[in-house]
Design a protein around this ligand. Structure first.
Ligand code: NAP
Ligand code: ZN
Length: 346
């Protein structure tokens, strides 16, 4: 059995959002019903609504940066109770028994179910956070610490974990020089986390326009790509580069800024294939890698780390009528630094 919840729907690729309803399943034994309060707008939402990563399923309700309050729990739920402050990120189910689920890296599970534009194991379409309520199994729900307001917590569920995870994986910390390319939603969290982990942090942005913010987020250095020679000066500088750019880029120029043994890690996922010269990784034993969100265990660790260090996203809170315009502003690199929808306006 299902019930309907109010939602913002993308009816077709590139079409404007419309108010409507989508079905949610009735709360089952292991389920948590969440009253969604805030939903962040990730660039991945835009890629999928605009079918930049291949075909999507419509109507689509995007949103995988969800923060809200528990409204009801199923009879087997032990982890949460009504009134708890909770979040949901990029996936809502997985097989629960493969090698990756067993170690809490459910993002690698072949049966991972995306929060939207995906299908439940029974074939039902999933609908995301641009809506008033969602039903999720307790094992895929995160606890938002009291120290973090819900609106600025929402973006941590994707932008937060997607940058925290590779920083941990590649050992960001004291004595490490980390660069962050692109300071949007993901990038601004990467700067905050890398600084809090004790690394020396450089922002590489298209222009100087975000410099004051970058330094406020913890950057020790800030470079603008529109200034000639900016990358040449950075040759052999970094142990780790987190690239959050959502568009085509000159990978070789960035690889040359890595020290011997350094790694360039992609989290940004542009529409087009990218190329690089093999000599750029052979020279200096450099690595080119990627990283995909993070598991439930590490996402909770990231939320607790954020609370401990007083970190959260810098956001622009918007209403449902402003989402189309917000998408265009994100694509124009004109967001400071995450749009978050107040779902009371849906
Ligand atoms: P965003 O807020 O739009 O940030 C991207 C930033 O990249 C922009 O703010 C801009 O920074 C820079 N940029 C944009 N266009 C550029 C261009 N043509 N040349 C150079 N730099 C450019 O997007 P986001 O939400 O942070 O997401 C970033 C990317 O990560 C997207 O592709 C998204 O789909 C992907 N993503 C991946 C994962 C994962 O698990 N791997 C998870 C979430 C998102 P400056 O203004 O500072 O130059
Ligand atoms: Zn995302």
């Amino acid at each position: 059995m299902t019930f309907n919840t109010a939602a913002l729907l993308a009816p077709a690729p590139n079409a404007e959002f419309e108010r409507g309803t989508v079905p949610r399943r009735d709360v089952a034994a292991d389920d948590v019903l969440i009253d969604i309060k805030f939903a962040g707008i990730c660039h991945s939402d835009i890629h999928q609504v605009r079918e930049e990563w291949g075909s999507s399923t419509f109507p689509m309700v995007p949103g995988h940066e969800i923060a809200g309050i528990v409204a009801e729990v199923g009879e087997n739920v032990t982890k949460f109770k009504v009134g708890d402050r909770v979040g949901v990120g990029c996936f809502v189910d997985s097989c629960g028994e493969c090698e990756w689920c067993e170690i809490g890296e459910e993002q690698h599970c072949r049966k991972n179910v995306g929060t939207y534009n995906s299908r439940e194991h029974n074939g039902d379409l999933t609908y995301g956070g641009y809506s008033k309520q969602i039903v999720v199994k307790q094992d895929y729900v995160l606890r938002i610490p009291d120290a973090i307001e819900l609106d600025v917590a929402a973006p941590l569920l994707c932008a937060g974990i997607t940058t925290y995870s590779p920083l941990r994986q590649w050992g960001a910390g004291p004595d490490k020089r980390v660069a962050v390319i692109g300071m949007g939603g993901l990038g601004h969290m990467a700067v905050k986390f890398a600084h809090a982990m004790g690394a020396h942090v450089t922002v590489i942005s298209q222009t100087r326009s975000k410099e004051a913010d970058g330094r406020r987020f913890g950057a020790d250095d800030y470079r603008a790509m529109n200034e000639p020679g900016s990358l040449k000066e950075l040759r052999s500088s970094f142990d780790l580069i987190i690239c959050t750019v959502s568009a085509d880029m000159n990978i070789d120029a960035y690889l040359r800024t890595l020290r011997v043994g350094g790694a360039l890690v992609f989290v940004g996922l542009p529409e087009n294939p990218q190329s690089f010269r093999v000599s750029s990784v052979i020279s200096g034993r450099r690595s080119l890698a990627g990283s995909n969100i993070g598991g439930i265990r590490e996402t909770q660790e990231m939320l607790d780390f954020s609370a401990e260090h007083g970190l959260a996203a810098d956001i622009e809170l918007i209403g449902a009528d402003e989402v189309d315009a917000a998408y265009d502003r994100v694509v124009a690199s004109d967001v400071r630094y995450r749009f978050v929808i107040d779902t009371a306006t849906i």
